[in-house]
Design a protein around this ligand. Sequence first.
Ligand code: 5AD
Ligand code: SF4
Length: 472
Amino acid sequence: MDTTNEVKVQEEYIVKLKEINEGKKLKYNILTMGCQLNENDSEKLCGMLEKMGYTRTDDVKNSDIALFNTCCVRENAEDKLFGKLGELKRLKEEKGLIVAIGGCMMQEKHITDKIKESYPFVDILFGTHTLHRFPEDLYRAIEEKRKIEDVIDVDGEIYEGLPIKRDSKIKASVTIMNGCNNFCTYCIVPYVRGRERSRNPRSIIEEVKHLSEFGYKEITLLGQNVNSYLRVEKEKNNPFEEYEGVNSFATLLRAINKIDGIERIRFVSPHPKDFTDDVIDAISDCEKVCKLIHLPLQSGNTKVLKEMNRKYSKEQYLELVDKMKKEIPNLTLSTDIIVGFPGETDEEFEDTLDVARKVKFEQVYMFIYSRRVGTPGDRMPNQVPEEIKHKRFDRLKELVESQIEANNQKYVGTVQKVLVEGESKNNPNMLTGRTDSNKVVIFEGNKNLIGKIVSLKIVSEHMWYLKGEIDG
Ligand code: 5AD
Ligand code: SF4
């Protein structure tokens, strides 16, 4: 069945479930782990559930469906899932709610085996390639009262036109590609998300135009490797329709930049090896593309980078940063760093600190290396002892925090353009928003500013946020 027909079939299951649920006031609870791609998938699951007549609740005790959308990039997500499932057992016995688990972790056989053995009350298991079939899986679980396991291991397709219920009315994520062909040796993603494939330009542009019509101001383009958008299609001569001049990541940025109403464009994550000049030029030319670029470093040591299969050296990364800083005025950078990759010595780790000192990242997402079953990293003999990994992590954290503090000081006294997102969670009398460089700013202001870009004078800094005042 082609993907359009498959989506139609699922729409029929949505209608059937809506009829079954009529008048029952059923609720669902969803827990999302992992990256923004997973959050975007969860928005699609929420869209399907709301069309079936369920409403969302944050209290799982009140829910008729408990849904988990899992991540498997690091081990801590597994501990979290099993902890939650342990808590759910009694609730399942008392209330008989439906328990469904989907996402990346379900693509790992040792995990689904463990769930079936230790948590046999789970009703539905579905993977990353069968998310679109959730309505059918749920229908069968309810009507046929049987356990469903819907996990397939394929290269993956793209399903257009799934319902979606977005978390924000101001910022929206748009997935532009799925899967990954890079096979970094620490990473499980290529095994659980399949091969790289890009959405066609027309679907993306139409989605962004719709979002702008609904009043969305900020778009984040998502993919495991966004700057290789359409690369595989070109390499394999897979036909795709060029639309509004879009035939690469750079031209996609330029086309979205032209869409009225959209005021900010972000994207995660690019790969340094694919950061071509046309992308740098597009970022520099397009006034709506935020000048905070996420550029995952992973390690600052050339030998470790080679072992990680990252395909760039310390010097190449630094040269790229220099070039970008030269070409893109007001550029700021954020990054991902892994400490304690197998074989990493103290000396090699020093290179990571050295790069962090040189680049002065705006934000660093720091990770302790976590062994992932099935990856080459897990099979490497020279695993770094836990206490050494933790010591390195603490050193990196200390450096990064001191840099963030110094960097925050630089904001004080400046005027920043801030997209106002809503009331501050900790203080409803204040509003909160973000700068172009993604810094949180809180300030006093009228609620009619929500959804607008305002100029704020930064008056103080507080490590994880800045305080501002309306300028002028
Ligand atoms: N261990 C620790 N961190 C990892 N990441 C990916 N795989 C692992 C792993 N096995 C980090 C990388 C990636 C981010 C999303 O997660 O830094 O960029
Ligand atoms: Fe986690 Fe990767 Fe899946 Fe995102 S794609 S949820 S980071 S495993």
